[in-house]
Design a protein around this ligand. Structure first.
Ligand SMILES: Cc1ncc(COP(=O)(O)O)c(C=O)c1O
Length: 484
């Protein structure tokens, strides 16, 4: 593809962009339970305005853009207070939960390198419910993961199992507040005790819900303690671009004090250009997300967030009750916030998801992992509140329809062992074959995904990962006939 010889006129360009996104998820519909955290048109407008106002400012250098330094410090100070921190708490603004987590893990690794250099192969202990971003951090930073199971009923981390997994190489414990999949807060107090007893660091991943949990507590919800008031908690990640409703590209990573945060910062003076000093992974970065986050936080304000929490709490209760009232469904555990997982022991959940899609809803599939069976995930939002009754009506109809649909024969063969895969022989070609068998064509995904999801769910995680990497490696390639 070539850069057009002559520039395309403005109107035409925007028409093209509109056309490109016409097949995207319609997040404005209120029928979407994930991906987009929409606070409604008024707040959206505030975010957009601040975003464009600072779009061109560059966070590469806070000495030339002191406004960004001020915005960052104010955001961190508000977050620290919100999470029970004192004046010693420090932190930084990042592009998202994953970057916050990577930085917290890097700080932990380098802190231990400095203080306990005898640890050559550092390990972190992850409950099965800890977000995949920790596995990514471990992969990037060469940290060994010790994964431990979670309570089969509550899906909370099991502190006793975490304790058993501690070795002389352990550097970091991790808890979620709440976990993405089941929406429950881990026993952070117990993890804090373990961390202190063994001189370890403890990171609390409050990316998805840390911002909302204090409001839930103020509304009378009983929740485990999870923030800096808990002894032993040394760092917390908390996204703003989720339930603080700020535009994307906004998260915070906070540390109990500067002694640990120091190990997150990177400086390099070993080249011929400007001296580089970065407190996050990105270097040049737009000031837009930060300014938008600052503006939205200040615009919604404490009372606004409390009201958002109240509405979501009410909607979640109605959804949980509604799901429980459908005979074939069960909520996997009572969620602490507005994220939940539900499943069925009698109906194929992946067919239910396809049926819900055909009614115009987006609900997310989650594959079987450890003691968490395949399920349907909901991240409930203010935009969903007025649609709860319609959602439950369509859900009931979808369950009935799903009962009449057949399950995947391939998935059954995988589960029964009659279709087994030799991991040691897997190369790109075999993966492509399996992809096709499973029903994934790189050029066009099937409209109904139940068969694909069911087969993936039946496969071991390492094969799922291999398949998805091959798929994405093929998908992200320009194809001439993609143009329509
Ligand atoms: C608990 C938790 N941690 C981390 C992340 C990663 O955040 P991001 O997608 O902003 O990188 C998520 C995303 O959903 C999350 O729910």
């Amino acid at each position: 593809m070539q850069i057009p010889e002559k520039g395309i006129p403005k109107e035409k360009l925007f028409q093209m962009l509109e056309a490109f996104r016409s097949k995207d998820l319609d997040w404005r519909s209120g029928h979407v339970f994930g991906y987009v955290y929409d606070p409604g048109p008024e707040v959206r407008e505030v975010g957009h305005r601040a975003y464009s106002m600072f779009l061109t400012e560059n966070g590469l250098d806070f000495t030339v853009f002191p406004s960004l330094l001020r915005l960052e410090n104010e955001l961190v100070a508000m977050a620290a207070q919100h999470l029970g921190g004192d004046d010693d708490v420090v932190g930084n603004f990042t592009s998202g939960g994953t970057e916050s987590i990577i930085l917290a893990v890097k700080a932990a690794r380098d802190y231990f390198r400095a203080h306990r250099p005898n640890i050559r192969e550092p390990e972190m202990i992850l409950p099965a419910t800890a977000h995949a971003a920790f596995h990514k951090a471990a992969h990037y930073l060469q940290i060994k993961v010790a994964q431990v199971g979670v309570d089969p009923k509550t899906f909370r981390a099991d502190a006793a199992l975490v304790g058993k997994a501690i070795t002389p190489n352990t550097i970091l414990l991790v808890g979620s507040a709440p976990s993405y999949a089941h929406g429950v807060v881990d026993p952070i107090r117990e993890l804090g005790q373990l961390a202190m007893k063994h001189n370890l660091l403890l990171h609390v991943d409050a990316c998805v819900g840390g911002f909302m949990l204090p409001y839930y507590r103020r509304l009378g919800v009983t929740l485990p303690d999870f923030d800096f008031t808990v002894p032993g908690v040394t760092s917390i990640s908390m996204d703003l671009h989720k339930y603080a409703y700020t535009p994307k590209g906004a998260s915070l990573v906070l540390y109990r004090d500067k002694k640990l945060r120091k190990f997150q910062i990177f400086a390099s003076s070993r080249w011929t250009g400007y001296t580089l000093i970065n407190n996050a992974v990105q270097s040049s970065k737009s000031g837009g997300p930060m300014a938008a986050a600052w503006a939205v936080l200040n615009f919604i304000g404490d009372d606004g967030y409390l009201e958002f929490a109240r509405r979501k709490l009410e909607a979640t209760r109605r959804i949980v009750e509604g799901i429980q009232a459908i005979e074939d469904l069960r909520v996997m555990t009572r969620p602490d916030m507005c994220l939940l997982a539900f499943t069925s022991d009698t109906v194929n959940v992946f067919h239910i998801i396809d049926e819900m899609n055909s009614h115009g809803w987006y609900v997310q599939p989650a594959l079987t992992f450890e003691n968490s069976k395949e399920n349907i995930h909901l991240s409930i939002n203010v935009s969903n509140v007025e649609w709860v009754d319609a959602f439950l009506t369509d859900l009931e109809a979808s369950v009935e329809k799903a009962k009449t649909l057949k399950s995947s024969e391939l998935a059954a063969a995988i589960r029964e062992g009659s279709f087994s895969i030799d991991l040691s022989e897997l190369g790109t070609e075999n993966f492509m074959e399996i992809l096709q068998m499973v029903g994934i064509q790189v050029t066009e995904l099937p409209k109904r995904m139940a068969g694909v999801n069911e087969a993936l769910s039946a496969l071991p995680p390492e094969i799922r990962e291999g398949l998805l990497i091959e798929f994405v490696n093929e998908l992200f390639r320009y194809r001439r006939n993609d143009i329509s």
